[in-house]
Write a protein that binds this ligand. Sequence first.
Ligand code: SF4
Ligand code: SF4
Length: 450
Amino acid sequence: MGKYEINELYASHALHLRFLITPNGTKEIYDAVSQCSRCGYCETVCPTYVISRRETLSPRGRNQIVRQLIEGKFRPGPDASYESLKTCLLCGACTNVCYGKVATGDIVLEARRETTGYGKSPVYKLVIKLKRNKALFAAAVKFLYLLKKAGLAALSEKLGIFYFLGMPALGEAQKKLFRAPLTFLREKLEKRAPPPETATLKWVYFASCGIDYIFTEVGLATVKLLEEIYGPGVFMKNECCGLISYNYGSLADARASALKNIKLFEGLRTRHKKFRIVGDCSSCVAFLKSYPQLFSGEEELLKRAEEFAGNVSDITELIKPEHLAGRFDPEKTQKNRVTIHDSCRACHGQGIREQQREVLRPVLGKNLVEMKESDMCCGGAGAYAFTNPRISARILARKTENISKTRADIVIASSTSCLMQIESGLREMYPSARIMHYSEYLVSIMKKKA
Ligand code: SF4
Ligand code: SF4
């Protein structure tokens, strides 16, 4: 098989991105992967390589596999190449340290789209079908939560029913789900009184699915911070950002979600001149910022996606030390030792590293402690912990050990998958500490209003 034969597969724009928008410019997949010089500089930061020491589980190995796939040296299939592609966390740590800024995560994802099973999972198909109707989806999630509360999910897992049904990932997911709220964030936010018609909106809150359906208290904390710091704003009543479809299913579904969110933004823009779209799950926010890549090569849509992405912010980058000066309760700030886990899509995906420390350092002083490898993935990585449970558990064990060495009482993170994953690690290996989202932690140490 020749190079161009297989390149035709990658040229299918229904299945693949037309171009990758990389730090080195817009590139076709083959050009992007060809930038890897095989120097190996990235290996020490790649979690799957660090725990396995296997070349096929390193960024360099993955890039060589994708390159050979494109060159038609072998076909994707259930072999070492499949394992190599499937186990990439898409964390972006490698790109961050790479001199050539090779976008290995994006490259791997494009190759994964060729592998058997991509987008064909029955769980994915069911979720996407249900998600088209928000009320139906919410009812289905609540029903599952009731089953969980009744202990049926754990029982099904013990009896191997999820495996029998060909949905082992669901069994893994239910083990890490420690919250099952029966009122979702969306319902709470929609009940709030709207700001006066004449108010100038400074922010529009984007509710990620994980925050909406699991970590509702995080969304409430973020909205509270935004109101305190920036004044009036509204809930965007947004669609899912599309990341689930982008990573596990169909590009068409991801584009459809993106377009709906872009239209919502444009609608709001006709009435309000200037505001930021603010989210509090760094994975989703990083994806919102990357919308232009979904429409690369389509001039008009690309422009609209760029306008949208240029107005997106992660809550972790919006809070400055001066915003909350004098508003913290010293008794609360001196009670606990705190460490920060840098969620991958905050630090590698958006370059957010120092902002949280700049806010917390003057407040916490010596109670802010740094952990080793704070920016190494925890193994959560979206649904990775459910689809690659063994390797994810080893990465989590390393993260939990690093946390325990700091003797911290509280770990701060900013992505929902990190919140779920680290909570499961702490419960099992270091139960004296708990995980909190950055917004939630800030609200918890603020003075009560008189
Ligand atoms: S991805 Fe970058 S750092 Fe890693 S081997 Fe290739 S060129 Fe070197
Ligand atoms: S994206 Fe993360 S897991 Fe994948 S190759 Fe890069 S560092 Fe390794």
